[in-house]
Design a protein. Structure first.
Length: 251
């Protein structure tokens, strides 16, 4: 049997995961279900699990932050997340496994099989790479992006970018000092360059730095107001994902 712990602040999610494990992964024994920082630290110390199902987005302390605080990690991890953007891209970097909520039974079975085949040293190397990558990605104050202009390349600190606006095959980069830089890249290209940072494509024409978001105004898709008093439209198909992200940021 594989001793496992579920860490998730949403009871219906942990209940559903526990039920699916009982049905489809009977070699996994759930020895504890935790929903807050105190419970999870205590459970890991006491139970010494071989596997932890860890929710990425939790109020107070994210799953990544929890791992950073542990003195040692001697267990495998399967991340769970309701979002399919920043967290998943980070997890993929470390080639670790993750499950998107609501959890699919076939994906759960495949993730458990993959963990069972891992050696502990492989998992630890992957996790170390993941946490290092996240630390670097979150340190925006020292990071710059090279923007191709007609004169060459302009190096711009990432946290100076408020939003990016599509101009056909070009992109207009709006900075917090009022400057605009027209670059010879599509908005899709810029989105890919910034995909590990808190930028969100909320419209075909706009990619915004969520650090500058001030408020959301309801509507068909709605509008996001940035702290330079610019109002950016939100497309209908991006509305739900945006609301989840900004709710998480304020948690």
């Amino acid at each position: 049997m594989v001793k496992a712990i579920i860490i998730d602040d949403e009871k219906h999610c942990s209940d559903n995961l526990q039920w699916q494990l009982q049905q489809y992964c009977q070699e996994v024994e759930i020895v504890s279900v935790c929903k807050n920082a105190e419970q999870r630290s205590s459970a890991i110390n006491i139970q010494q699990p071989q596997l932890v199902f860890l929710d990425v987005e939790m109020p107070g302390m994210t799953g990544f932050e929890m791992l950073e605080k542990l003195p040692a990690i001697s267990f495998d991890i399967i991340f769970t997340t309701a979002f399919d953007q920043y967290a998943i891209r980070a997890i993929r970097f470390g080639t670790l496994d993750y499950l998107v909520k609501p959890v699919d039974k076939d994906e759960l079975r495949a993730a458990v099989d993959k963990v069972v085949k891992h050696t502990s040293s492989e998992s630890l190397k992957q996790l170390t790479a993941l946490l290092t990558h996240i630390r670097k990605s979150n340190d925006l104050s020292f990071q710059k992006i090279a923007l191709p202009t007609i004169h060459g390349y302009e190096l711009v600190p990432l946290n100076n970018i408020i939003y990016c606006e599509s101009k056909s095959n070009y992109t207009d980069i709006h900075l917090n000092n009022g400057q605009q830089i027209l670059v010879s890249r599509t908005l899709k290209d810029i989105e890919e360059l910034l995909n590990m940072h808190p930028f969100f494509r909320l419209h075909n024409s706009y990619l915004v730095n969520l650090q500058y978001a001030v408020r959301y105004t309801r509507g068909e898709g709605g509008f996001l107001v940035l702290n330079n008093d610019i109002t950016v439209p939100v497309s209908r198909n991006k509305k739900e994902e945006l609301l989840k992200l900004i709710t998480h940021l304020s948690a």
